[in-house]
Ligand binder design. Structure first.
Ligand SMILES: [Cu+2]
Length: 159
């Protein structure tokens, strides 16, 4: 019965709070380790990702813009058609990148890392590819040929 005097929910609650604090601290330490942001504003310190809008309908794919530099590219897929579509991408270094099925009027995003070269984009649903939902994206080299992301970022900052 002495346990009952002790048994208020407060100790347990404090324990949870403490654990949450540890988790929070760990998360903060983790993120600050990968991104050195001294002023606390994490925006725009890294090179911004390229975004390409892909408009899908029956039966075509339209890229805007229709070219990209090597690096991280996010395809924003808009289904402007009347049936479900999806986007698949293949090319140098990318073999099985695709969105899930996008319903009519829906949107999806697909982020891939592109190298210089030619990429094929198509809709993998039914025979949409054969019907015309198939296009290419030319990816150009990004500045000097040295593929070192960290030194490239330093160079960009210095300019
Ligand atoms: Cu389709």
């Amino acid at each position: 019965m002495a346990v009952r005097c002790f048994g208020s929910p407060r100790p347990a609650r404090d324990g949870v709070k403490f654990l949450a604090l540890i988790a929070l601290t760990a998360a903060t330490a983790c993120s600050s380790g990968s991104t050195p942001a001294p002023t606390g504003s994490p925006s725009a310190s890294a090179k911004p990702a390229t975004t390409i809008t892909v408009t899908m309908k029956e039966y075509s794919l339209t890229l805007s813009p229709a070219h990209a530099a090597a690096g991280t590219v996010t395809f924003v897929v808009d289904n402007a058609g009347a049936v479900a579509h999806a986007l698949a991408v293949a090319g140098p270094g990318v073999s099985d990148a695709h969105t899930s099925t996008v319903p009519p009027g829906g949107q999806a995003r697909l982020t891939v890392t592109l190298q210089a070269g030619s990429y094929e984009l198509w809709c993998p649903i039914d025979k949409h590819r054969e019907l015309g939902m198939d296009t290419h994206l030319q990816v150009g080299g990004n500045g000097p040929a040295s593929p070192a992301p960290s030194s490239a970022a330093a160079t960009a900052t210095g300019q």
